[in-house]
Design a protein around this ligand. Structure first.
Ligand code: ATP
Length: 268
């Protein structure tokens, strides 16, 4: 098992192989009220990785996501996505988001919610419908195109939210505690589904914030462990378990060992 866990502000090497998608070079973020949310974060993320960010409340996980999404600028350091600024990458629809709240428009059908990003760009309606079918098929909701959000369960709403994020074929999917409000069974089902979707698109990179160490180990190729404020990357832990992963993985000794390692890293 290849566990990399080193001192704060470490240099994290991108694993060999795929090109770097996100480069964070000595990033710091101080909010106008003086809060130092991030200090000297250094992390390279490769194309096709599934990275989970774990850390105590307030350690700056959402701040990292906001900076990657181009919603605010680092106070210090450089942040590049495919060699572009985050704002440029967002304009080119390379980035999509999923939040804990599914943020669906209640008066719009599932189809219209899903095609919203394409509609805002003004693409042909026939193509929009095809794309809605494609992504709703991926999340198992193709038969719900005409349904309104209020007719859906929490898990189904989250699937629609994921479908809406996938409709613009992003290279980078940012997920900020997307399953945090769901019951355990639904959560595990959605974890399985998300991994299936990610495996179908070998180039999509997923960055996922969670407070749940079990979820982080189950999903990711690498876990990023953050320290309490001011947030730093205290280390990354590879999860060298092949995909597809299924229920059996959750009950293996390797899984328990990795959970212990990540939990231990969080306490340091
Ligand atoms: N706009 C802002 N202005 C001032 N301080 C902020 C702002 N946004 C976040 N902070 C502070 O920056 C720190 C990091 O916040 P952030 O939301 O990034 O942490 P987090 O790790 O995502 O937290 P949680 O796990 O609780 O969601 C916190 O102390 C927070 O109070």
């Amino acid at each position: 098992m290849n566990i990399k866990l080193t001192e704060a502000a470490l240099q994290v090497e991108p694993a060999a192989g795929n090109p770097t998608l996100v480069r964070m070079d000595h990033i710091s973020k101080i909010y106008p009220n003086g809060t130092v949310a991030l200090k000297d974060v250094q992390l390279d993320i490769r194309e096709g990785e599934f990275l989970c960010f774990v850390g105590p409340s307030g350690c700056g996980k959402s701040t990292i996501f906001k900076l990657i999404a181009g919603l605010g600028e680092p106070t210090d350091g450089e942040l590049a996505i495919l060699g572009m600024t985050p704002k440029e990458a967002r304009k080119q629809s390379e980035i999509a988001f999923v939040f804990q709240d599914s943020t669906l428009l209640p008066w719009c059908s599932v189809q219209d919610n899903v095609t919203l990003p394409l509609d805002l760009r003004g693409g042909p309606k026939a193509v929009q419908k095809q794309e809605a079918e494609r992504v709703l098929e991926l999340v198992g909701l193709k038969d719900y195109m005409k349904v309104l959000p209020r007719q859906l369960s929490g898990g189904m709403k989250m699937r629609v939210s994921i479908a809406r994020a996938l409709v613009s074929r992003p290279k980078l999917l940012l997920m900020d505690e997307p399953f945090g409000a769901l019951d355990e069974i639904t959560r595990q089902t959605l974890q399985d589904e998300l991994l299936n979707i990610w495996q179908q698109d070998s180039k999509m990179t997923v960055l996922f914030v969670t407070h749940n160490v079990f979820e982080a180990v189950f999903l990711s190729t690498r876990v990023v462990v953050m320290t309490p404020r001011p947030g730093k990357v205290s280390g990354t832990i590879d999860i060298p378990i092949p995909f597809p992963r299924d229920e059996r993985f959750r009950t293996t000794a390797e899984f328990s060992e990795l959970v212990r390692t990540v939990s231990g890293a969080l306490k340091h």
